[in-house]
Design a protein around this ligand. Structure first.
Ligand SMILES: Cc1cc2nc3c(=O)[nH]c(=O)nc-3n(C[C@H](O)[C@H](O)[C@H](O)COP(=O)(O)OP(=O)(O)OC[C@H]3O[C@@H](n4cnc5c(N)ncnc54)[C@H](O)[C@@H]3O)c2cc1C
Length: 506
C-alpha cells in the first residue's frame, strides 16, 4: 500500500503539530501497549448485528501510543476502529462497521487532564468513565450531565456518537477536542488550546472544526474538553401518567413549555410497550427535571403542573425533590441522574444480569433505532403508528421512548427486545430495517446509526462527495473506522444481507 500524508501536513487547523519525520513502527500486529489479543470469534454484540471479522484488539494508554497505532495502520494497511469504552449498546457495542479492522481500545487512556472548578470545565481522555468523573465532582460546585447507561461508559465515545445526557444532548457539553488524524497529525479544536494542554473557557476566533469529529471517521479523539453543569440550589422533578390518546397533546404542551422557558431540560415520554396486534395506544408517563434557584423552580413546577393537569387524559401527577427520593422509590435512580450521579443497578436489573457485560451476559438481545422527529404532537403520533405497524408485521414488541432534546425536536428511541436465537434475530433485523425505511419515508432522519445501517448505507446523503474529500484530506489511506458515517470517495455500499424485508421488497 502506498503511504501518503505521513510526512506532509495536508491541513493545518488550530493548534496542529506536524508529524515527526521519522516514526517507529510497532511491528506486525503488536499493540502499542504490549501484546495484541488475536481474535478468533466475532465480538459479542447485544444488538446482534451481522457479525464482523476483527483482526485483533490493541490498547493504547496515551496519545503517543495512539499515534503509533495510526502509523502502523498506514504501513500495514490494516484499518483501526477506535472505541473509548466500547459500550455502544443497542447499535453495535465494540464491533466495527467494516470487516478486517484492528480494534483500538482506549479504555486505559483514563486521565482527567484538567478539572477547572472555577470555570466548570473538565478535559478528559477517552477511557474516563461517567462514574469516575461524577465521583470527582461530588461536593464541588459543578456536576456532570450523566446518561442512564452504566457508570463504566465513557464521555468521549458517548459524545462522538451524538449521545444524550439526562439534562441535555452531550453535544451541548462539548467545548473542544484533541485528535490524532488518520495521517498522524495531532490537531486541537475549539477550546482545547494545544496538544497535551488544558482548555480555554471558550474557543477563539476562526472556524471551529470540533463537530467535524463527531459521528465521522477523520481521526482518533484523544481528549475532549467538556462544560460541566453548575450545581443548582434545587433539583425537582415532575412525573405524570397519561392515557395513550393524550400523547399528541402532551407533546405540544411540552413544546410550548420549553419555548416559554418553563422547562429547560429534556423531558421523557416513556414506559410504553407496543405489543403485536395491540389496538389501543398504551398509557405512558412523562418525567423530567427542573433545576435552579428555590423560588424559580417552585414557580416553574406550579406552571408545569397546571399545564399538564389541564391536558385531557392526565391520570396522575407527582412532583418532588430529586434528593428526597428514597432508595426503594421507583424514581430513585432517575432522580439521582438528575443530580449528576450515574448508576449500574437499573441497567443490570433491566437486562437481568449481575454484571454490566451486557454483550455476554444478557439472555435477551436489545436493538435500538434513534430517529429525530419535529417536536410536534402530530409527528410523534405518526412515528408511533409506524412502530405499531412494525410490531404487528414482525410479531415482536417495540418500546418507544421519546425525549424533547431541543425546542424543535424529539428524539425517538425505538427499543426492540428479542430472544438471542436465529429466528428472533432474523425477525428483529427485519423489523429494524422496516422501521428505519418507513420512518425515513416520512422524513424522520436517524440521529444515531447502528453498524449494519452504516454498512448498508446508500451514498445518498447531502454533500457526500464533500465529506469524502475531507476524509481524504484527514485520512489519506482511509485507515480510521472505514464506513463509520463517512464513506471513502467512490465507495460502494456493501451487498445488503438478505433479510425477509429485503426479500419482500425485491
Ligand atoms: C440501559 C441503557 C441505557 C442507556 N442510556 C443512554 C443514554 O441515556 N444516553 C446515551 O447517549 N446512550 C445511552 N445508552 C447507550 C450507550 O450505552 C451509551 O451511549 C454509551 O455511552 C456508549 O458507549 P461508550 O461510552 O463505551 O462509547 P464507545 O462504544 O466507546 O464509542 C461509541 C462510538 O464512537 C466512536 N469512538 C469512540 N471513541 C472514539 C475515539 N476516541 N475516537 C474516535 N472515535 C471514537 C466509535 O465508533 C464507537 O463505536 C444506554 C444503553 C443502555 C443499555
Amino acid at each position: 500500500m502506498s503511504i501518503r500524508g505521513l510526512s506532509t501536513l495536508p491541513v493545518r487547523l488550530q493548534g496542529s503539530r506536524p508529524v515527526a519525520r521519522s516514526f517507529r513502527t510497532v511491528g506486525s500486529g503488536r499493540s502499542p501497549d504490549g501484546a495484541a489479543a488475536p481474535i478468533t470469534q466475532p465480538l459479542p454484540d447485544l444488538s446482534e448485528n451481522h457479525p464482523r471479522r476483527v483482526v485483533e484488539v490493541v490498547h493504547a494508554s496515551d496519545t503517543g501510543a495512539v499515534r503509533e497505532a495510526v502509523f502502523a495502520a498506514n504501513l500495514q494497511g490494516v484499518p483501526l476502529y477506535p472505541v473509548s469504552t466500547g459500550k455502544n449498546w443497542g447499535i453495535g457495542s465494540r464491533s466495527p462497521v467494516a470487516d478486517g479492522c484492528r480494534l483500538l481500545d482506549l479504555s486505559r487512556m483514563n486521565q482527567v487532564r484538567e478539572l477547572d472548578l472555577a470555570r466548570g470545565i473538565a478535559v478528559v481522555e477517552p477511557g474516563v468513565t461517567q462514574g469516575a468523573l461524577a465521583e470527582r465532582l461530588a461536593g464541588t460546585p459543578f456536576m456532570l450531565n450523566v446518561t442512564t447507561s452504566c457508570r463504566a461508559t465513557s464521555l468521549v465515545g458517548n459524545l462522538l456518537d451524538n449521545g444524550q445526557g439526562v439534562l441535555r444532548l452531550r453535544a451541548e457539553d462539548l467545548l473542544g477536542l484533541e485528535v490524532v488524524l488518520g495521517n498522524g497529525n495531532i490537531i486541537t479544536t475549539g477550546a482545547v488550546a494545544q496538544p497535551g494542554h488544558g482548555a480555554r473557557c471558550e474557543r477563539g476566533a476562526g472556524p471551529d472544526a470540533t463537530r467535524l469529529f463527531c459521528q465521522s471517521n477523520f481521526g482518533v479523539v484523544t481528549a475532549a474538553a467538556l462544560a460541566l453543569v453548575p450545581r443548582p440550589e434545587r433539583t425537582s422533578f415532575a412525573y405524570a401518567t397519561f392515557s395513550g390518546a393524550a400523547l399528541p397533546a402532551v407533546v405540544d404542551c411540552v413544546a410550548r413549555l420549553r419555548r416559554e422557558r418553563v422547562i429547560d431540560h429534556i423531558f421523557y415520554f416513556g414506559e410504553m410497550q407496543f405489543e403485536p396486534g395491540q389496538r389501543r395506544r398504551p398509557d405512558f408517563t412523562l418525567l423530567g427535571p427542573l433545576l435552579g434557584r428555590q423560588r424559580m423552580v417552585g414557580e416553574a413546577l406550579d406552571a408545569l403542573g397546571e399545564a399538564l393537569a389541564a391536558v385531557p387524559g392526565c391520570k396522575a401527577l407527582r412532583t418532588g425533590e430529586a434528593d428526597e427520593l428514597a432508595p426503594g422509590d421507583p424514581l430513585y435512580h432517575r432522580g439521582r441522574t438528575f443530580l449528576g450521579i450515574p448508576s449500574c443497578e437499573p441497567v443490570r436489573k433491566r437486562f437481568a444480569t449481575t454484571s454490566c457485560d451486557l454483550d455476554r451476559t444478557s439472555m435477551r438481545g436489545w436493538s435500538v433505532l434513534q430517529t429525530l422527529l419535529p417536536l410536534e404532537g402530530s409527528a410523534a403520533s405518526a412515528g408511533l403508528a409506524l412502530l405499531q405497524a412494525g410490531a404487528d408485521a414482525w410479531a415482536l414488541p417495540v418500546q418507544p421512548h421519546l425525549s424533547s432534546v431541543s425546542d424543535r425536536s424529539l428524539n425517538l428511541m425505538t427499543m426492540i427486545w428479542f430472544q438471542r436465537d436465529a429466528d428472533a434475530i432474523e425477525r428483529m433485523r427485519g423489523l429494524r430495517d422496516q422501521l428505519r425505511a418507513r420512518l425515513g419515508e416520512q422524513g424522520f432522519e436517524p440521529s444515531r446509526e447502528g453498524i449494519d445501517a452504516l454498512r448498508d448505507a446508500r451514498s445518498s446523503r447531502p454533500n457526500d462527495e464533500a465529506w469524502a474529500r475531507l476524509k481524504t484530506a484527514f485520512d489519506p489511506n482511509g485507515i480510521i473506522a472505514p464506513g463509520r458515517y463517512v464513506a471513502l470517495p467512490g465507495a460502494q455500499p456493501a451487498p445488503r444481507p438478505q433479510t425477509r424485508l429485503a426479500q419482500a421488497l425485491q
